[in-house]
Write a new protein. Structure first.
Length: 232
């Protein structure tokens, strides 16, 4: 059975009404949603607590500088204010060049509307360990709703195809970009010999590896999406 793919451009307006960032805001300060996510970048299934945490993880899949990431790693022993304790970052991000960072995902304001002034224990522990520290809040996601939706779709495509050979689709894609620097998703999907689902998964893999690029920040991924060769 052929794996299929379809998405129309007309869904953009409806998507904006259902923005994950809007849903995060509507649910209030405490996020109890539990997400089960198959991560192509980590080649494993992740359990992620909270909508904001889930959104950050999906967007990490698109970052070509990130080699892998871990959800709730540790606990790591540390000493804070002369007391032995342990910390668990929300994420540990490993970059292609070898650098590691501990990420903390939190609200930009406290429950009473006041910013927290104290330095985070995770930030202090990261400094002691010589590891980078980065904080992410809902403010960092303001312009990321479309990118999130696109990468959720692309990750799902890669997951569905993970047990199928894609040599033919990769060859078709490679041959097309030998002739032209750009092509649309639709051009690749209309090649008679390809499996449409496997071709979307192949495109997703090439995008994730940085071998192709496309405008995925402001426009939903669809057959009209223009792909540009970088290192095909």
């Amino acid at each position: 059975m052929k794996r299929t793919y379809s998405r129309s451009v007309g869904g953009q307006q409806q998507h904006e009404k259902q923005s994950p960032l809007a849903r995060i805001g509507r649910r209030g300060r405490t996020q109890s949603n539990l997400w089960i996510f198959d991560s192509p970048k980590n080649v494993k299934r992740l359990t992620i607590a909270g909508d904001l945490n889930f959104m950050v993880c999906v967007l990490l899949e698109s970052d070509i500088s990130v080699a892998a990431y871990k959800v709730k790693p540790g606990p790591y022993p540390t000493v804070i204010d002369d007391e032995h304790t342990s910390i668990v970052p929300d994420l540990e991000v490993e970059y292609q060049h070898g650098k590691r960072e501990w990420w903390e995902i939190r609200r930009s304001q406290t429950q009473h509307g006041k910013r927290e002034s104290s330095v985070s224990p995770i930030a202090r522990a990261a400094e002691t360990a010589g590891i980078g520290y980065l904080q992410r809040t809902e403010n960092d996601m303001v312009d990321k709703a479309v990118a999130f939706d696109n990468w959720l779709l692309l990750c799902a495509a890669m997951t569905r195809a993970r047990h199928f050979p894609m040599h033919h689709e990769s060859g078709v894609l490679h041959n097309l970009f030998e002739e032209s620097r750009t092509a649309t998703v639709g051009q690749l999907l209309r090649v008679a010999t390809v499996d449409r689902g496997l071709m979307v998964a192949t495109i997703a893999r090439f995008l994730q590896a940085g071998r192709l690029s496309a405008e995925l920040e402001t426009t939903l991924f669809c057959e009209e999406t223009v792909l540009t060769a970088r290192a095909v």
